[in-house]
Design a protein around this ligand. Sequence first.
Ligand SMILES: O=P(O)(O)OC[C@H]1O[C@H](OP(=O)(O)OP(=O)(O)O)[C@H](O)[C@@H]1O
Ligand SMILES: Nc1ncnc2[nH]cnc12
Length: 182
Amino acid sequence: MSDTSPGTDLAGLIAEVADYPTPGVRFRDITPLIAHPGGLAAAVEQMVAAGPRDVDIVVGLEARGFIFGPAIALALGAGFVPARKPDKLPRPVESVTYDLEYGSTTLAVHADAFGPSARVLIVDDVLATGGTAAAAAELVGRLGGQLVGITLLLELSELGGRERLTRLGFGPVTSVLTFGAS
Ligand SMILES: O=P(O)(O)OC[C@H]1O[C@H](OP(=O)(O)OP(=O)(O)O)[C@H](O)[C@@H]1O
Ligand SMILES: Nc1ncnc2[nH]cnc12
């Protein structure tokens, strides 16, 4: 029987992997959480409860934002737009290249993915340095969308992502779990 009780220990279902994918990184692996029968449901429920409700479009960030984004879009009655890594979208795109905790990459959205008045929520699994979420917020602005929030499952507070997003004027930022330095 699946455990979807409010008591599902989401933090306890995230595995820590030292020195992955590069030395010095403490990787937080969400795959045990989403494999747990109640884990994904509880995570989505809490992410929805923490964030804004009046949303037209959820933008999910490849790849792990594709796990949570569509479920949150369904719960909110919103559409889903994928923000993809390079050379994956077939029609004209807006794109931003950025640094993250362990490298650098590009995110792109179709240039006509939503209209100028769309109320847009960005969804991803982890906020680390904030480079990925900031790039997505920049893309939302370029398309003329109205950013209504950035919703994460997990925030790694020692890496300063929340402060970076706040400094740039992107938010509000909501997360279900916060892991600190210890
Ligand atoms: O706050 P930041 O320092 O930008 O890091 C957070 C990002 O890093 C991970 O994605 P990754 O690019 O590893 O891709 P994946 O989802 O394809 O595994 C994670 O899913 C976030 O998108
Ligand atoms: N430490 C980390 N664990 C999991 N995903 C990440 N994305 C960026 N940094 C990460």
